[in-house]
Design a protein around this ligand. Sequence first.
Ligand code: CTP
Length: 431
Amino acid sequence: MTAVAGLAGRRVVLGVTGGIAAYKAVEVCRRLVDDGAHVSVVMTAGALRFVGEATFSTLASEPVHRSLWDIGPAAEPPDGTYSSPIPHTRLGQQADLVLVCPATARLIGTYAAGISNDLLTATLLATRAPVVLCPAMHTEMWEHPAVQDNLALLERRGAHLVSPGEGRLAGGDVGRGRLAEPVDVLDAVRRLLTPPSLAGLRVVVSAGGTREPIDPVRFLSNRSSGKQGYAFAQVAAERGAKVTLVTTVERPVPRDVETVPVETAAQMLEAMRRYADGADVIVMAAAVADFRPSQVAEGKIKKGAGVPVVALERTEDILADLGQRKRAGQVLVGFAAETSELRANASDKLAAKRADLIVANDVSVPEVGFEHDTNAVVVLVRDGREVEVPLRDKRQVAVAVLDVVESLLGPTADRGGDQPKGHGGVDGDSR
Ligand code: CTP
């Protein structure tokens, strides 16, 4: 779709089998396409009873495949490179990854037994690409030794499992067997398809707007949703980094991202200082309040006492503080939320706060920045480079900015496997 989409050019076969969780695969399909993947959907006969074919055909990169006997233009590859005359193996041969979401007990058993009795099982047997299975079924079926043995066998053969969670199941039952959340399914796919270019590095990200209390029930804050910071944490984790997210908001993140909840600018400063020492990359995506009430009322301020005057004082500038402490080799990323003179203001912040990169956005433009799912930014780099990222999903903005960060870290091979620090060749104070 775009040059900055993380899965651009990757071919994913999404197999959908017959369970109520098939509706969640619709979201997974859409997000894979948003990431730039070419998604071919294979629906089993059971899946077609739960979700309409038209839904997937509309969202995927090509019309749905249903049968071993599908022929005609939809079965031909778009690039004309197809040479095999056997359509039932083509999807599997050309895939970079096959994802089965949801995977029923029947599909798991058939695949484990090596039986090809429909287009999806034929695709699974024909592929040499990674296979991701997302089981979803009733608790009794999930716990049955036959299902568990089949899954253990498939895992030994190299299949990747996104385990089900607990929750509501079909028919009002509650228990284990509920399809994993789309965010976890996407995370598994992205990790398998993303080169681990940040492996061995530590990335610390801040996200959300700080809350500065006025009294026990009121606070001063801003419109930040934390979405951009979370997108950074997610993409860095997919690239193999060990990620710590210091955040004022709660949103879904990959399981292995360590989250550190904070509320005020002072708490965020303390947490960022604590984690910054061991960090290779720091991304200050949080919208830190510049002012806080100089006195916090102990009890709730009552309206009967008249209109209060709340005196404010400055908060610490966390990015500037981290800039002062920056050690050689560390890459410090700041943001600049502006409503005018974007480049000039951002360039001032780059210098004043000793950042290596400033991600500048004009928050007065519709769909940009605070609260939105999208952002449009200009990245100013300490070496004078400017990288423009036009209006994109925040995830894609994170992909583009982390690409610039990696260019400052130097070639992957030079960074060393498990070394958390010191990649050489990058002098944090060289501006
Ligand atoms: N920032 C910070 N601590 C603060 C204020 C801002 O660490 N007390 C960081 C933000 O996380 C961001 C960068 O500094 O990475 C720029 O934030 P921004 O709000 O754009 O600018 P300010 O420095 O607050 O300056 P101004 O409000 O005058 O534009």
